[in-house]
Ligand binder design. Structure first.
Ligand code: SF4
Ligand code: SF4
Length: 449
């Protein structure tokens, strides 16, 4: 049979069959890796996206046959380790995704392999599960008497060397600080604005703060609600939200994802059914509710309801503008903004809404960089991956410094973790200039911090 090059239909994605015991069958997963790796070896389009593909192609090229059948199957796991599930290969490059008969879903095959690894246990399981427990870490480290000690220890060279050698957290990787002023405990209540529904946007918002905003940078959450208030959009916070589950998904801990889903989804589904738009200011968390949970629980009506109500904040604000319901009374120009599109936002297929919104601010020019920064959640801080993460990010670090109008005034990424990783890679050129796009928008409206 002749199989045509690429698919003419829009890509579809199959549910993740993780509750079928066959999903965890090691040999079957290796067979599928062999099939997929063989297609990738013949294609090689993704060679520059991350380190998973160069690792695979090097294994093939250095094998006796120079084909996938010459690669030791034990070495397949080296490819798995290099994938951080950004989804970019599936969403932006691969012509063989379903409905193409080759039915290729590289990231979800890597997820299956990670889930098998997680069940079997790895030598780095303690570190990996500790890093992925963002909720627990935030609650513990954010306790007022503890937080200063935790933050200063994280900057101590001696402690960092110990974390490097004993736990496997790279001594030079940027680590977030914790805040004692948890966003959900310090956010002001919404004013009683009347609800104004638009054709594209519900007129009231539920803020899913995310672990990072709640425990590490609550200012981003405060900026979001200030922007909502300025636009007379009433909001509520999601009560006692749990982690979205993305860090556990990236580890392959699918039971852990399911437990978090059971905590979040009933509350979020009630809000969705009550007509709220749900906004998550970290793209990975939004993607979890928009894509990964719906694929893990395709029959769950609550999960599907949440999917329909979940917005990236800038997706919501630009749609609000199209509804004629957004204020554009900007008072403060932003100047030269170097803006990085986070991978987990890029693959949501909503277009570059952050760029669109920031470009509405007068005397503001936005230099957009659409490439992986290499941080990838917790992956880039791990000892064995940090140097690769910096290498992957190098073109981004360079492009972010090269705003066509001159030295940038601001360096921004939808993913604040990526923003700080980029700051590190820019080696002093971004010091004091990193700001989340929601912070920039709040400033452009002239609203105080
Ligand atoms: S999902 Fe991302 S990291 Fe994984 S193989 Fe694809 S491009 Fe590379
Ligand atoms: S994932 Fe698709 S586009 Fe990328 S190398 Fe493999 S076959 Fe080619």
């Amino acid at each position: 049979m002749t199989v045509r090059e690429g698919s003419l239909e829009a890509p579809t994605r199959h549910p993740i069959d993780w509750r079928n015991p066959a999903f965890f069958d090691r040999d079957a997963a290796l067979d599928e890796m062999e099939r997929v790796f063989d297609i990738c070896h013949g294609c090689r389009r993704c060679v520059s996206l991350c380190n998973a593909f160069p690792t695979l192609f090097d294994l093939v090229d250095e094998s006796k046959t120079m084909e996938v059948d010459g690669v030791d199957r034990d070495d397949y796991w080296k490819v798995v380790d290099q994938c951080y599930l950004c989804d970019v290969c599936y969403m932006t490059k691969c012509p063989y995704v379903p409905p193409h008969p080759w039915n290729l879903d590289f990231p979800h095959l890597m997820l299956r392999a990670k889930a098998i690894q997680f069940k079997e246990g790895t030598p780095t399981k303690f570190r990996d599960t500790s890093l992925a427990s963002t909720d627990r870490n935030g609650k513990l480290a954010g306790i007022p008497v503890v937080v200063n000690a935790v933050n200063s220890l994280a900057h101590s060279p001696a402690v960092r060397s110990m974390l490097d050698s004993r736990i496997g957290i790279h001594k030079d990787a940027w680590l977030p600080e914790f805040s004692s002023k948890q966003f959900s405990k310090t956010a002001v209540a919404s004013s009683a604005h009347p609800v104004r529904d638009g054709a594209k946007t519900p007129g009231k918002v539920a803020v899913f703060a995310t672990c990072y905003v709640n425990y590490n940078e609550p200012g981003i959450g405060h900026d979001l609600i200030k922007v909502l208030d300025h636009n007379r959009i009433p909001y509520v916070l999601v009560h006692k939200e749990a982690c979205c589950g993305m860090p556990k998904l990236e580890l392959g801990d699918l039971d852990g994802v399911a437990q978090l889903k059971d905590k979040n989804i009933p509350k979020l589904a009630a809000l969705a059914r009550d007509g709220y738009a749900i906004l998550a200011p970290i793209p990975s968390c939004g993607l979890m509710f928009k894509q990964e949970l719906p694929l893990m629980f395709p029959e769950d009506a609550d999960v599907q309801a949440v999917r329909g109500a979940m917005f990236d904040p800038f997706e919501y604000l630009v749609a609000r503008h199209k509804d004629g319901l957004l204020e554009t009374d900007f008072t403060d120009p932003l100047g030269k903004v170097s803006y990085h599109v986070a991978c987990h936002l890029r693959v949501q297929n909503v277009g570059q809404k952050t760029r669109e919104m920031l470009s509405m601010v007068p005397q503001t020019s936005v230099n957009t960089v659409e490439r992986c920064s290499g941080h990838a959640g917790t992956w880039g801080v791990k000892k064995e991956f940090h140097e690769t993460a910096m290498k992957i990010g190098r073109p981004v670090f360079r492009q972010m410094a090269e705003h066509p109008d001159g030295e940038p005034d601001w360096v921004a990424s939808d993913c604040q973790l990526a923003g700080h990783h980029i700051e590190q890679g820019m080696q002093g050129k971004a010091d004091g200039k990193v700001a989340h796009p929601l912070t920039l928008l709040r400033m452009a409206y002239g609203l105080p911090a």
